[in-house]
Design a protein around this ligand. Structure first.
Ligand SMILES: [Zn+2]
Length: 358
């Protein structure tokens, strides 16, 4: 088992499946299709991003019990990183931990287990997670792919990541009254109006100076169309990057409207946060499985940035990320601990076997 996973991880690393390289994305999908020969493979494509959904039955169930989700795309790396090598029990290479190692475990486990389980499981492999997952995971969801629970094998050192912040990008527009700069009383400065809004942001959402689990607002840009000295500006606009915790999910838009009562709010994007209850029965079972295999309870992790799981949470399907041990994701020295691939396999195997008896 160990060698099968290791060999497959190496094979996947050696394909330069950087998000922008359409040819390589298709090549890696073709490679995993070969691995999964004999199973039903549904192929999807959206904006030239291929993805597949694999299962053992003839037709797709209305709802899988569990979907194993993995992304095969990687961020760019130097040429050497696409030649995997082993050193001191670690496998080095681009995507080793994020997340070709985890994906290889999912593939090998799916091959071995899916036909033996008394419930349907799906294997979802996509190629655009690093750039948002809209044309992979979200595209498949739009095509009706559903599950009770989803596990993505992102790097967590066997921890369970059940929360991540959501993202709002919004333009806030203040309007004033233009006047000659020497006759201020005839106008109303939009910049000064904006200053009040800035003070309010600083008070309500002070800048994070260390890692903290709370909503934050980054003021990304402030501008006015005014270009002369002698004019009271009648417009001012700022761009806000709001990172909100799931606990603020229902209230955040209202809070923003209240903070800027006389201004126009133009929402550019709204990314739901990730949230799955720690006491969800699947999460509990996964926790138990990690504890039995690794002899210590997993950390429950809140993350500042989301994964493809957020697309499921967005339609109220529960899911978490949980994966093997490694470091250096997106860096020059990415590695996965080889024996953690085997351990991760055993965790998932126990999870699925126990799920059977319920
Ligand atoms: Zn990843």
């Amino acid at each position: 088992m160990k060698n099968e996973i290791l060999d497959l991880t190496k094979k996947l690393i050696s394909i330069e499946s950087v998000g922008s390289n359409e040819k390589k994305l298709q090549e890696i999908i073709n490679a995993v299709k070969k691995e999964l020969n004999g199973f039903t493979i549904e192929e999807f494509s959206s904006n030239k991003k291929p993805s597949i959904l694999v299962y053992s039955g003839k037709s797709r169930p209305k709802k899988f019990k569990v979907i194993l989700n993995g992304h095969l795309d990687v961020v760019a790396g130097n040429a050497k990183q696409f030649i995997p090598f082993e050193k001191d029990g670690k496998l080095y290479g681009r995507g080793a931990i994020d997340m070709k190692g985890g994906a290889a475990v999912e593939i090998v486990l799916f091959k071995k287990l899916s036909r033996l389980l008394p419930y349907p499981i799906g294997l979802q492999l996509v190629t655009d997670e690093e750039i948002g997952g809209y044309n992979g995971t979200q595209h498949q969801i739009k095509q009706g792919v559903r599950a009770d629970f989803v596990i993505a094998a992102e790097p967590t050192d066997y921890g369970i990541n059940n929360k991540a912040k959501g993202i709002i990008w919004v333009n806030v527009k203040a309007t004033g009254v233009a006047a000659h700069g020497a006759y201020q009383w005839r106008g109303e400065s939009a910049i000064l109006k904006m200053k009040k809004a800035l003070d309010m942001i600083e008070k309500k959402y002070p800048v994070l100076t260390k890692e903290q689990w709370r909503t934050s607002i980054n003021i990304a840009k402030i501008e006015t169309s005014n270009v002369t000295f002698n004019k009271v500006p009648d417009n001012c606009e700022m761009k806000l990057d709001v990172r909100f915790i799931p606990e603020d999910w229902n209230s955040i838009k209202k809070t923003l409207s209240k903070m800027f009562p006389s201004m126009e709010l133009e929402y550019q994007s709204f990314e739901p946060p990730q949230l799955t209850d720690e006491n969800n029965e699947y999460v509990k079972l996964l926790k138990q499985s990690v504890k039995v295999i690794t002899h210590s309870p997993p950390k429950i992790i809140s993350k500042h940035g989301g994964s493809d799981i957020r697309h499921y949470n967005g339609i109220h399907v529960n899911g978490v990320t949980c994966g093997p041990v490694g470091e250096g994701l997106h860096g020059d020295c990415e590695w996965v601990l080889i024996k953690s691939l085997d351990t991760y396999y055993k965790i998932l195997e126990l999870f699925f076997t126990k799920l059977k008896t319920k």
